[in-house]
Design a protein around this ligand. Structure first.
Ligand SMILES: Nc1nc2c(ncn2[C@@H]2O[C@H](COP(=O)(O)OP(=O)(O)OP(=O)(O)O)[C@@H](O)[C@H]2O)c(=O)[nH]1
Length: 253
C-alpha cells in the first residue's frame, strides 16, 4: 500500500485545533465544518422530533451522533465522504488532523434518522483530541483495513479506549474495509466475524468504499441507526429486516 504518512489538514477543524502541535502548519477550514453548531445533537439522549436548524432544512424524527474511529489510513474520511456525497475520495492519502463531521438524514423503515458523523484523526498523537468526543457519541463505527494486520490487531486497543471514554451503552459496529484489494488481504473475514462476536461489537461488516459494494456506508449506517433506535427506544421504531451480509452480535434487531 502506498501511503503518505505525513499528516496534512483535510479541512476538519476543531475546537481541539489549539491543542495540536504548531509543527503541523496552517490548517485551512472547510466551510461548514468548523463546529457542530445548533444542528448538532446534544450530549446525552438523542433528540426526538425536531427539525434540523442547519443548512438544508432537513426534518427528522430522531438524531444521533456517530464517531468514526480506527487506525490512520483505514478509510474513515473516505467513509464520511461516501456517506455524504456518494463519492469515493481517491488519490493521495492525506491524514486527518483534528476532527470533522457531516450530517445526513436517513430513512430507516419510515423513521427519519439524522446521523451526525464525526471523522476523527487515527494517528496516535491526536488521540487526546478525540477522547473528548467519545462521551457524546451514541454510536461508533470502528474500522480496520483488511490489508493491514496491524490495524486489525489494534482493534483491541481501540476497544479499551472505547471502554474508558465512551458511554457504556454506546452502539459499536466493526467494519473491515478495502476488500477490493483481495490480493493484499491479510485479515480473513472469519477473523473479523470472530472479533465482532467476542468484543463489545454488536454488529460487524466488511466491504470496500472504493467500489461502493455492500451499499457501504449506507447499509452500514442504516443498520447502525437501526440498532441505536432500538437501544434508545425511539418512538415509532419498527425493526428493519435483517441484512444477510451483516454479522450481528448478539442478535439482529
Ligand atoms: N483500495 C481501497 N482503498 C481505500 C478504501 N477506502 C479508503 N482507501 C484508501 O485508503 C487511504 C486512507 O483513507 P482515509 O479515508 O484518508 O483514511 P483515514 O482512516 O481517514 O486516515 P486518518 O485520517 O489518518 O485517520 C486513501 O488513500 C484511500 O483512498 C477502499 O475501500 N479500498
Amino acid at each position: 500500500m502506498s501511503r503518505k504518512k505525513t499528516p496534512k489538514c483535510k479541512g476538519g477543524s476543531v475546537p481541539a485545533a489549539s491543542a495540536l502541535p504548531a509543527a503541523n502548519g496552517p490548517r485551512p477550514v472547510r466551510p461548514g465544518t468548523a463546529h457542530p453548531g445548533p444542528e448538532a445533537p446534544p450530549n446525552g439522549p438523542p433528540q426526538f422530533g425536531r427539525p434540523s436548524l442547519g443548512g438544508g432544512g432537513d426534518f427528522y424524527d430522531v438524531a444521533f451522533k456517530v464517531m468514526l474511529v480506527g487506525d490512520s489510513g483505514v478509510g474513515k474520511t473516505c467513509l464520511l465522504v461516501r456517506f455524504k456525497d456518494g463519492a469515493f475520495l481517491a488519490g493521495t492519502f492525506i491524514s486527518t488532523v483534528g476532527i470533522d463531521f457531516r450530517n445526513k438524514v436517513l430513512d430507516v423503515d419510515g423513521v427519519k434518522v439524522k446521523l451526525q458523523i464525526w471523522d476523527t484523526a487515527g494517528q496516535e498523537r491526536f488521540r487526546s483530541v478525540t477522547h473528548a468526543y467519545y462521551r457524546d457519541a451514541h454510536a461508533l463505527l470502528l474500522l480496520y483495513d483488511v490489508t493491514n494486520k496491524a490495524s486489525f490487531d489494534n482493534i483491541q486497543a481501540w476497544l479499551t479506549e472505547i471502554q474508558e471514554y465512551a458511554q457504556h451503552n454506546v452502539v459499536l459496529m466493526l467494519l473491515g474495509n478495502k476488500v477490493d484489494s483481495a490480493h493484499e488481504r491479510v485479515v480473513k473475514r472469519e477473523d473479523g466475524e470472530k472479533l465482532a462476536k467476542v468484543s463489545q461489537g454488536r454488529v460487524g461488516n466488511e466491504g470496500t468504499l472504493k467500489l461502493g459494494s455492500l451499499g457501504c456506508p449506507h447499509q452500514a449506517t442504516t443498520q447502525l441507526a437501526a440498532v441505536v433506535c432500538r437501544n434508545m427506544g425511539c418512538p415509532s421504531w419498527r425493526p428493519v429486516p435483517s441484512q444477510a451480509s451483516m454479522w450481528t452480535w448478539p442478535s439482529q434487531p
